[in-house]
Design a protein around this ligand. Structure first.
Ligand code: NAP
Length: 509
C-alpha cells in the first residue's frame, strides 16, 4: 500500500523534505516545481513510511486504501503523473535521496560577530508567515510581526473557503510562531494609518512587506457599479466573517447568480453558495451568514469563462472537488460547438478532459432556471460586455462567436482576480499593482523587501509563498553579508554565526 496526495495539496513541499526515498515530485529545483496543480507520490517507490502524511500541513496525504468518495481517484491521479516518467517508475531507487536538500537553506558567509537583525514583517497571511518561519528557524533575527486586523491569518483566515478545513489547518502551523520568544506580535496596526514605512524603517534593520493584494480587479464595463454587482472579494470575506464586511453585504434572494471568471475563487464561491447549509454548520461560517445561506433562493450559479474549457483558470483538484459533491449538479453549456469538440478531443491529464463525464445542455438564458435542484453551469467562450438594469442589475450581456446573449440575473459576482493597493511611502507599479522589486528587494529602498502577492501579483496558492519567501529572505541575508543592511544593535552581541546552517533535511513541522 502506498500513500497518495489529494485535493487539498498546498504544494509547499513540506512532504518532499521528509521523504526518505525521494518519491514525491515535482520537488523544489525540478523544472515542473511550481507549475503543477499539486505534488504527486510515486506508488512504485513509496515505502509507506507515512512521514509525508505527518509533515503535511493541510492533511492532504492519505494511505491509498483510505481514499473514498471524491478522493477515490487520487491513487490513479498520483500514479498517472509517473506513467511516462522514467527512471523513477522503472527503476525504483531504495536508497535515501536528499539531493534537493543537501545544500543549506541559507548558506551565507556571515561575519561571526554580527548581531541579530531586527526585522519587521507586515502581514500575517501565508507569505508573511513563511517569511517569519525562515527568519526564526534559520536566522537569529528578532521579528516584529504586524497586521492591520486584530485577528491574524490573512487569506488563511479570511480567504480560504470554510468548507476546506484541512487547508485552513495550515493556519495552526503558522500560529505556532506567534509565541516564539524572538517574535513580537502587533495586531491592529495598519501601515499608513497607525504607523508609516518611515517609522518602521527607523525602528528596524529591515522591513518585509507581505501585504497581499486585497482589492478586487475591476472590469471597467458599463453598469458594473449597479446594485447587485458584487466583487468576489466581498463574498469571500462575507462567508469568512471578515470584520469589515456586514452580513447584509450579500443578498441571496435571487434564483440565478452569474460569476464572471472561472478561477479557484469563482469555484469556491460557487461551491459555498450551492452547498447544503447543514454541511457548513460546523465550519467557521458565522451564524448570521449561515442563516442567510439557509434562506437563500439560489438554484443556479453560472461560471462564466471568456476562453474555452482547455484554458479554464481553475485547478484540477478544485474542479474535481466541485464535481465530486452530491449537490450541486454540474452542467456544461453547449452553446458553442467548440466546447464539445474540445472536451471530446481532450486526452487524460488535459484540463478539458475533466469535463468529459458532465452533462451538456443548451441553456435558455432569457428564462430563470427551471430545475428545482441546485446546479452550477459552466459556460465558456463568453466575455461579459455590459451589465443591464436601472438601479439594479437585470441581466448580464455576454458575447462570443454565437453573438450577444443576455443572461437574466439580478446578481453578478466579479471573480476576475485580486489587485494590490498602494501604500503611501512605498513605490507602486500601477500596471501590475505590485511593489516593484528585484528578488524581493524593493526598488530604491535599501532595507525594504516584499514577498507574496504584493511582490509577484495575485496568483499561486498557499505553498507558492514558501519559495517566494525563501527568495526574499535570501536577498535580505545577501544584503547583510555585503553590508547593505546592518544591525542597529552593533557588534556587541557576539554570536558563533548569524545563520544556522541547515544541512540535510529541514526541521519537520
Ligand atoms: P485567477 O485564477 O487569475 O482567475 C481569474 C478569472 O477571471 C479567470 O477565469 C480569468 O479569465 C477571468 N478574467 C480576468 N479578467 C477578465 C475579464 N476582463 N473578463 C472576463 N473574465 C476575466 O484568479 P482567482 O480565482 O482570484 O485566484 C487567484 C489565485 O488564488 C489563483 O492562483 C488561484 O489558484 C489561487 N486560489 C487557490 C485556491 C485553492 O487552491 N483552493 C482557492 C482560491 C484561490 P482568463 O483565464 O481568460 O484570464
Amino acid at each position: 500500500m502506498a500513500y497518495a496526495i489529494t485535493q487539498t495539496c498546498c504544494t509547499d513541499a513540506s512532504c518532499v523534505s521528509v521523504c526518505p526515498v525521494n518519491c514525491i515530485h515535482p520537488a523544489p529545483g525540478e523544472p515542473d516545481f511550481g507549475h503543477t496543480d499539486m505534488l504527486y507520490i510515486d506508488p512504485h517507490t513509496c515505502i509507506d513510511c507515512g512521514a509525508c502524511a505527518d509533515a503535511c500541513p493541510v492533511d492532504a496525504v492519505l494511505p491509498v486504501d483510505m481514499l473514498t468518495g471524491p478522493l477515490e481517484n487520487y491513487a490513479e491521479i498520483n500514479a498517472a503523473y509517473y506513467a511516462d516518467r522514467s527512471p523513477t517508475a522503472a527503476e525504483p531507487d531504495p536508497a535515501p535521496n536528499f539531493h534537493q536538500w543537501d545544500a543549506p537553506v541559507f548558506d551565507r558567509n556571515i561575519p561571526s560577530d554580527f548581531g541579530p537583525l531586527d526585522v519587521a514583517v507586515v502581514g500575517t497571511g501565508p507569505a508573511g508567515m513563511y517569511t517569519v518561519e525562515d527568519l526564526l528557524l534559520h536566522t537569529n533575527s528578532r521579528v516584529t510581526l504586524l497586521d492591520r486586523l486584530s485577528t491574524p491569518g490573512g487569506l488563511i483566515r479570511y480567504g480560504v473557503a470554510p468548507d476546506h478545513p484541512s487547508t485552513k489547518k495550515i493556519g495552526d502551523t503558522f500560529a505556532r510562531f506567534h509565541d516564539h520568544p524572538r517574535l513580537r506580535l502587533r495586531l491592529g496596526v495598519e501601515v499608513g494609518t497607525n504607523t508609516t514605512p518611515q517609522q518602521l524603517d527607523a525602528d528596524h534593520d529591515a522591513v518585509i512587506y507581505a501585504v497581499g493584494a486585497s482589492a478586487a480587479r475591476e472590469l471597467d464595463l458599463p453598469g458594473e457599479e449597479l446594485a447587485g454587482s458584487l466583487a468576489a472579494t466581498t463574498v469571500v470575506a462575507w462567508y469568512n466573517g471578515h470584520p469589515e464586511v456586514p452580513v447584509d453585504a450579500v443578498e441571496l434572494n435571487t434564483e440565478r447568480i452569474v460569476i464572471i471568471g472561472n478561477g479557484n475563487v469563482a469555484l469556491d464561491v460557487a461551491r459555498i453558495l450551492t452547498a447544503d447549509p447543514d454541511t457548513l454548520a460546523d465550519t467557521t461560517v458565522p451564524a448570521d451568514v449561515l442563516a442567510r445561506l439557509r434562506s437563500s433562493k439560489i438554484r443556479e450559479v453560472v461560471l462564466l469563462g471568456r476562453r474555452g474549457p482547455e484554458h479554464a483558470a481553475y485547478t484540477a483538484p478544485e474542479l474535481r472537488a466541485l464535481a465530486g459533491q452530491d449537490s450541486p449538479e454540474l452542467v456544461v453549456d453547449d452553446h458553442d460547438p467548440r466546447v464539445s469538440t474540445t472536451i471530446d478531443a481532450a486526452e487524460a491529464g488535459e484540463k478539458a478532459h475533466l469535463l468529459r463525464d458532465l452533462p451538456r445542455e443548451t441553456v435558455d438564458w432569457a428564462a430563470l432556471p427551471s430545475s428545482d435542484r441546485n446546479r452550477v453551469v459552466l459556460r465558456f467562450h463568453s466575455a461579459p460586455t455590459e451589465f443591464h438594469g436601472d438601479s439594479e442589475v437585470r441581466a448580464l450581456r455576454v458575447t462570443g462567436t454565437d453573438g450577444d446573449t443576455d443572461i437574466a440575473t439580478t446578481r453578478v459576482i466579479r471573480a476576475v482576480g485580486y489587485r494590490g493597493t498602494p501604500i503611501s511611502g512605498l513605490p507602486f507599479d500601477a500596471t501590475t499593482a505590485t511593489i516593484p522589486n528585484t528578488a524581493g528587494r524593493v526598488a530604491d529602498q535599501p532595507g525594504t523587501y516584499v514577498v507574496g502577492w504584493a511582490k509577484r501579483g495575485p496568483s499561486g496558492g498557499i505553498g507558492t509563498n514558501r519559495e517566494c519567501a525563501r527568495e526574499t529572505v535570501g536577498s535580505l541575508l545577501d544584503d547583510a553579508v555585503t553590508g547593505a543592511v546592518t544591525t542597529s544593535g552593533g557588534r556587541d552581541t557576539v554570536l558563533s554565526g548569524l545563520y544556522r546552517r541547515i544541512r540535510g533535511r529541514l526541521p519537520s513541522r
